[in-house]
Design a protein around this ligand. Structure first.
Ligand code: APR
Ligand code: PHB
Length: 395
């Protein structure tokens, strides 16, 4: 490649940017990935950890699932609890499919290692990046670093720089529509050094608020508590966190989460967000840059992988046959899946959380919905097929 040129300039080294760069490499397409943060920051950042059946297939087909296959925890269902009583949703029986619990940061580590092994051009700590001439045949990335400016000409740009990145912000406001919903609560999440004492994830609806029991490995549990969005993490001592987790998650059969040293804790707000379309000129958005889901349905990383699967195929069709049809329909193809995941994530969130503004009628309706889910195979199957991942549409 001539200096200062790449076929696809990718902004952001999260799962979306890294997987896209890898998929393009498999098709013989050159890319450069520009990431604001350091490699270790990207590899250590604590994020979600459930891979849909569909995502595991994509990672396998791309040859980057060796460690995932060894270390990932295959889950054949989840449990939904209401005030200490649990009900299992059997994914395998309902759909023939499973999910795999494997931290997003492990996916990121695997992809970075593979890109570097393959001689990929990944540039960390790129600081200040700006995008120009998006409507031209060759848009431009400008990198400002240590008083120097570097320019990279590209055939295409992929905005994979998350919700707060510069890619979406580089599109003129009148060219896109934003759809957004915020929620009157947040999640306080912890990583704890304690072996999981349940086989599967437990989503608990409780009078005191929602709680989630999840895990990362045979040594580490991951737990969440619904809290106020304006809460300060400094008000949550380790003792207070464990006592609240105990109050919400303890079950009528005597099970309760095993406490252990807290390795990390943070509070994350919740929102649903979609931008339409996902394309402006030669810039294509993917992952959190284009959409955010509340974490209750565990869809964030999965949607990012599905987006770049489609973008990789579309760029391949362009370079191999000069066929632009899939690039033109990229946005529409992704949006079909994105809105289904939005609906599911909103529904799981509404089903399981306490909403401060809920009327007595709303509470009764919510309880009835939880009871229906526990009693109806059809309702369980609907949850299961969305959770394990809807099939990818052929393009
Ligand atoms: N320049 C370069 N890189 C940037 C910039 C910028 N101006 N702004 C942000 N970035 C980087 C971030 O540091 C981050 O590493 O872009 C990357 C975006 O990665 P993610 O936030 O992981 O987003 P994505 O790859 O779309 O993956 C979506 O991440 O937030 C979770 O729940 C979400 O699981 C989902 C997944
Ligand atoms: C997690 O393990 O981090 C996790 C699991 C399920 C969710 C969200 C997060 O719905």
């Amino acid at each position: 490649m001539p200096r200062g040129y790449t076929q696809v300039g990718i902004i952001g080294a999260g799962p979306a940017g890294l997987m896209l760069s890898h998929l393009l490499h498999l098709h013989g397409i050159h890319s450069i990935v520009l990431e604001a943060r350091s490699r270790s920051y990207c590899e250590e950042r604590v994020r979600a950890g459930v891979l849909e059946h569909t995502s595991v297939d994509l990672l396998q087909q791309a040859g980057v699932a060796h460690r995932l296959q060894r270390e990932g925890l295959r889950h054949q269902g989840i449990e939904i609890g209401v005030d200490g009583m649990r009900h299992r949703i059997p994914f395998l029986e309902c759909t023939g499919k499973c999910v795999t619990v494997y931290g997003q940061r492990e996916v990121v580590k695997d992809l970075i290692a593979r890109r570097l092994d393959d001689g990929g051009d990944l540039r960390f700590e790129c600081g200040d990046v700006s995008l120009h001439h998006l409507e031209d045949e060759q848009p431009l990335i400008r990198i400002h670093k240590n008083d120097a400016i570097e320019e990279i000409r590209c055939d295409f740009l992929a905005g994979c720089d998350g919700f707060h990145g510069i890619s979406r912000a580089s599109i003129p406001a009148q060219a896109i529509a934003l759809y957004e919903r915020t929620y009157p609560f947040a999640w306080l999440g912890i990583l704890a050094e304690a072996p999981p004492s349940r086989e599967e994830l437990l989503y608990m609806h409780h009078e005191r608020g929602f709680a989630l029991y999840s895990m990362r490995s045979p040594r580490i549990t991951r737990l969440y508590l619904q809290c106020r969005p304006d809460e300060d993490i400094r008000d949550w001592s380790d003792d207070r966190i464990w006592s609240e987790l105990h109050a919400r998650l303890a079950c009528a059969d005597g099970w309760h989460p095993t406490p252990g040293p807290i390795l990390q804790k943070s509070i994350t707000g919740m929102r649903s967000f979609v931008v339409e379309p996902l394309q402006y000129g030669r810039l294509f958005l993917a992952g959190d840059a284009a959409h955010i889901v509340p974490p209750t349905g565990a869809k964030g990383m999965n949607l990012a992988l599905a987006d770049v699967h489609y973008l990789g195929l579309a760029l391949h069709a362009f370079y191999r046959r000069g066929d632009e049809a899939a690039l033109r329909s990229y946005s529409q193809t992704c949006l079909q899946r994105i809105w289904k995941a939005q609906r599911f994530s909103w529904w799981m969130t509404s089903l399981l959380h306490r909403f401060p503004e809920d009327s007595p009628f709303d509470r009764k309706r919510q309880r009835a919905e939880l009871a229906y889910l526990a009693a109806s195979r059809a309702a369980a199957t609907s949850l299961a097929e969305n959770y394990v991942g809807l099939p990818l549409d052929p393009i």
